[in-house]
Ligand binder design. Structure first.
Ligand code: UDP
Ligand code: MG
Length: 312
């Protein structure tokens, strides 16, 4: 189990008891890794006291608050199990579903994704934010996202090693795991209310998460300028040509009576179009650099399923 925790002193003890119960009943060997993301409340104390009362608890402390994505990655890197389940420390992800995750994994799934079906809370941003984000995301990047897709996930050991080989810095754990592929299954769940404490994601952090997802997923937003440029340039070019032919060459048989100012306007719009076009061209190059800079592998081999036969 990998559980990122940032200032979760209020919610953690109750969560731990529920979690431990469920894990014990699975009759599997387990470890719980609490990844303390630089908490400034009593979280470290609580985890350490839990360590005295329970076996199999590991405490990983980040040197400061790096954010949930970093904490998750740190925890996944430390985990030694054949399968790893990540979930929140605030009891919003129901522990009762853990046996279902494990069952799906035992019957062959390498990634099991929790899909949240109830709306994610009060307030305009939290309520319609995800819906708007998913729509925009699909429209702009062309990649469908699973609405409600959450960090309540199980990944197999083979997915863990592939995940840890991804070197990029602006990580969004969910989308990286989605990018990796592997055999996946889904489990729908209703998120509970938070068990004490308060959510630590601020509006700014959510915004950063959203932009990170966009930017690391697709260079398409960059190309938009190019398309606008093509549109503006071709419209103003046609209009300009029509004016030149009709008014300057043929002496205005249709009496359009374009003034000098209007012609100047068309010229300026044409030039703006050219500038946008060059931006679009530039973005093609930038997108190549962008792809390179993520240094994602060209492919991921699923070693658990690949078979080499014969001698080498
Ligand atoms: N979390 C973290 N670092 C942070 C913010 C949050 O490790 O900087 C953890 C937090 O302790 C919880 C999980 O990430 O276990 C989800 O956070 P939260 O409940 O604040 O977000 P939400 O439920 O709104 O997704
Ligand atoms: Mg929460």
């Amino acid at each position: 189990m990998v559980i990122p925790a940032y200032n979760e002193a209020e919610a953690l003890p109750a969560f731990h008891i529920k979690l431990y119960d469920v894990l014990k009943n699975t009759n599997l060997t387990f470890e719980i890794i609490y990844c303390d993301d630089g908490s400034v409340d009593d979280t470290p104390k609580i985890i350490k006291s839990l360590q005295k009362d329970y076996s199999n608890i590991n405490y990983v402390r980040l040197s400061r608050n790096f954010g949930k994505e970093a904490a998750l990655t740190a925890g996944i890197a430390e985990a030694k199990g054949d399968a790893i389940i990540t979930m929140d420390a605030d009891s919003q992800h129901p522990v009762d579903l853990i046996p279902e995750f494990i069952a799906k994994w035992q019957s062959g799934a390498q990634v099991v994704i929790g899909i949240r079906v109830n709306p994610s809370g009060k307030g305009l941003l939290k309520n319609s934010g995800p819906k708007i984000f998913n729509k925009l995301f699909k429209a702009i990047t062309g990649q469908a996202v699973n609405i409600g897709s959450s960090d309540f996930r199980l990944i197999d050991r083979s997915v863990q090693s592939a995940f840890l080989e991804l070197p990029e810095n602006n990580r969004v754990t969910r989308s990286l795991i989605d990018w990796l592929g592997f055999d996946r299954e889904y489990i729908e769940f209703n998120a509970n209310d938070r068990d004490g404490g308060s959510p630590s994601y601020t509006r700014n952090m959510l915004f950063k998460l959203a932009t990170d997802s966009f930017i690391s997923s697709s260079p398409r937003p960059l190309y938009m300028f190019g398309w606008v440029g093509i549109f503006i340039t071709s419209c103003s070019l046609l209009l300009g040509l029509a004016v030149i032919i009709e008014q300057l060459i043929m002496n205005d048989p249709l009496s359009w009576k374009f003034t000098g100012n209007a012609m100047l306007g068309i010229l300026i719009v044409f030039l703006v179009g050219i500038v946008l076009l060059s931006l679009g061209l530039l973005s093609l190059y930038v997108s190549h650099i962008h792809t390179l800079s993520k240094r994602r592998p060209l492919y991921v081999i699923d070693r658990s399923k690949s078979i080499h036969s014969g001698k080498n």
